[in-house]
Design a protein around this ligand. Structure first.
Ligand code: S3P
Length: 179
């Protein structure tokens, strides 16, 4: 595939349930690039799920692993990187990812996000309060805090509320080709 975004990393940021992992995997396949999902990488390296990690070691421990991983991968090029939703909480992560990367922030409506994350609770301890109403309330609070961070970090924003990951990937690749 001929590209003019050259050797930059394609980085997907955004809230849980916006489609970062599925979309990143498709883009990597289409561009024949290495795919890294930061959550999957951390789970594979530690051998425990993110939910277990939050419960047993705490969120701080997870954030340290996230930062260490970003340090390691952000120096490399030509990758597709799907990040965990909280990666933007640490401004050093954003700075490092932006150095070699083009950042696409995915967003989606609250109800769609909740539906998508309910299917994968092991990865989302921050939205696992047992009942839908409480989860939706927590989601709204967290999303309000996070949206300004995604917006500030992003080179492009894309609403995936009505998009499949395949369609999202197609739109991102179109945007990159236009550059
Ligand atoms: C988190 C998002 C999750 C995962 C962890 C924390 C967050 O990743 O890293 O549960 O703080 O938003 P996804 O965005 O891939 O769900």
């Amino acid at each position: 595939m001929k590209t003019n975004y050259s050797d930059k990393n394609i980085v997907l940021i955004g809230f849980m349930g916006t489609g970062k992992t599925s979309t990143g995997r498709i883009i990597a396949k289409k561009t024949k690039r290495t795919f890294i999902d930061t959550d999957e990488f951390i789970e594979a390296e530690t051998g425990i799920s993110i939910k277990e990690m939050f419960a047993e070691k705490g969120e701080k421990y997870f954030r340290k692993l996230e930062e260490k991983l970003v340090k390691k991968i952000s120096g490399k090029k030509k990758q597709v990187i799907s990040t965990g939703g909280g990666i933007v909480k640490n401004s050093s992560n954003v700075k490092r990812l932006k150095k070699n990367g083009i950042l696409f922030a995915l967003k989606a409506g609250e109800v769609v996000i909740l539906k998508r994350v309910s299917a994968q609770k092991d990865k989302r301890p921050l939205l696992d309060y047992g009942n839908r109403a409480l989860n939706l309330k927590k989601l709204k609070v967290l999303l309000a805090k996070r949206l300004p961070l995604y917006t500030a970090a992003a080179d492009y924003m894309l609403d995936t509320t009505r998009l499949t990951p395949a369609k999202t990937a197609q739109k991102i690749l179109c945007e990159l080709k236009r550059q």
